[in-house]
Design a protein around this ligand. Structure first.
Ligand SMILES: Cc1ncc(C[n+]2csc(CCOP(=O)(O)OP(=O)(O)O)c2C)c(N)n1
Ligand SMILES: [Mg+2]
Length: 320
């Protein structure tokens, strides 16, 4: 194999490992959930993993990620600790927020994963503030800030876009447009679906991708991050994607009356985990799958074994 081929093969293996790790972690969470050992609501990103994986693959360890309450994928793709995430879901003291935050409040500052929040859109001003601090300290780092199509309707998101553009802050805004805010489709929320054009009017380089193909996401993110590092100001990517499970909880909801399985079918046929997995030699794929299963089993055992926080911790780490 020449250098180029080796690099491409390495990239496919890396992306597959990350996609598969997130998919299987969330599938295992969904299996465990009915036992009530997971003490937090869970917003699964099954079907949407490629957005976080493609973006985070071009970030370095010092770069920063701001996720959402649907944040397992961003946390894990940036290298967040799986044991600490699982313990957090179980409400245990070894969780990344000492068991007090649950699935919607993942944080790992050692890997530069800024804390996530249940308040829709609220991560965006925090991400922009972090980028301002980076700029003031003259550091060579960038922030990737994820948010949903629903969050794009929040006033603070528009304020943040404007502020970031005005001050040319190093933020890659990534809108994971899955077409729904809870059960409400875009057609009932937006008179015009030209989200990318709306963002461009702030003076931000804005681009809508055709699909959530992980290689396309990665290529667009690489281009965006290069522009950020050159000081060109923020970049926006809108990535169409699709949530396969219910808004919150472990199950499917195609019988809930707001969408059909037919709508989901083309997305499932284009499953990025399968697509990238099929590019790998079968032995390489099997080795990754085995390692992922072992890591998840270890994380679940760790979460089970960890104690609940002591009642005296109730008022620790409270900002008041
Ligand atoms: C400020 C605020 N308003 C409303 C809600 C209730 N809420 C929770 S999730 C959600 C939908 C957000 O949709 P989107 O940003 O598209 O993310 P997705 O769930 O599709 O990933 C809403 C309205 C909230 N948590 N916070
Ligand atoms: Mg949405």
């Amino acid at each position: 194999m020449d250098d180029r081929t080796t690099r491409d093969a390495d990239m496919a293996a890396r992306l597959y490992r990350s996609l598969r790790r997130i998919r299987r972690t969330e599938e295992r969470i969904a299996e465990v959930y009915p036992s009530d050992r997971i003490k937090s609501p869970v917003h699964l990103s099954i079907g949407q993993e490629s957005v976080a994986v493609g973006v985070c693959d071009v970030l370095g360890p010092d770069d920063v990620v701001a996720g959402t309450y649907r944040g397992h994928a961003a946390y894990l793709a940036k290298g967040g600790d799986l044991r600490a995430m699982m313990a957090e879901l179980f409400g245990k003291v070894d969780g990344c927020a000492r068991g007090k935050g649950g699935s919607m409040h993942l944080v790992d500052m050692d890997r530069n994963v800024l804390g996530c929040s249940a308040v829709v859109g609220s991560g965006i001003p925090v991400a922009v503030g972090y980028a301002l601090a980076i700029r003031r300290r003259r550091q060579d780092r960038v922030v990737a800030a994820f948010y949903g199509d629903g969050a794009s309707e929040e006033g603070c998101v528009y304020e943040s876009l404007n502020f970031a553009a005005l001050h040319k802050l190093p933020v890659l805004f990534v809108c994971e447009n899955n077409g729904y805010a809870i059960h409400e489709p875009l057609s009932r929320r937006w008179a015009a679906d030209r989200l990318t054009e709306r963002v461009a009017t702030f003076g931000i380089a804005a681009r809508r991708l055709e699909s959530d193909d992980v290689f396309a996401v990665r290529a667009a993110a690489a281009q965006g991050v290069a522009a950020l590092r050159a000081g060109a100001g923020p970049v926006f990517l809108e990535v169409p994607t699709y949530r396969w499970r219910e808004h919150v909880g472990p199950s499917e909801d195609y019988d809930a009356g707001y969408r059909s399985r037919d709508e989901a079918a083309p997305w499932m046929a284009n499953d990025q985990v399968e697509r990238v997995g099929a590019l790998l030699p079968p032995e390489a794929r099997a080795a990754i799958d085995a390692a992922v299963e072992a890591e998840i089993a270890d994380a679940l055992a760790f979460a089970e074994a960890s104690p609940f926080p002591d009642a005296r911790e109730l008022h620790a780490h409270v900002y008041a």
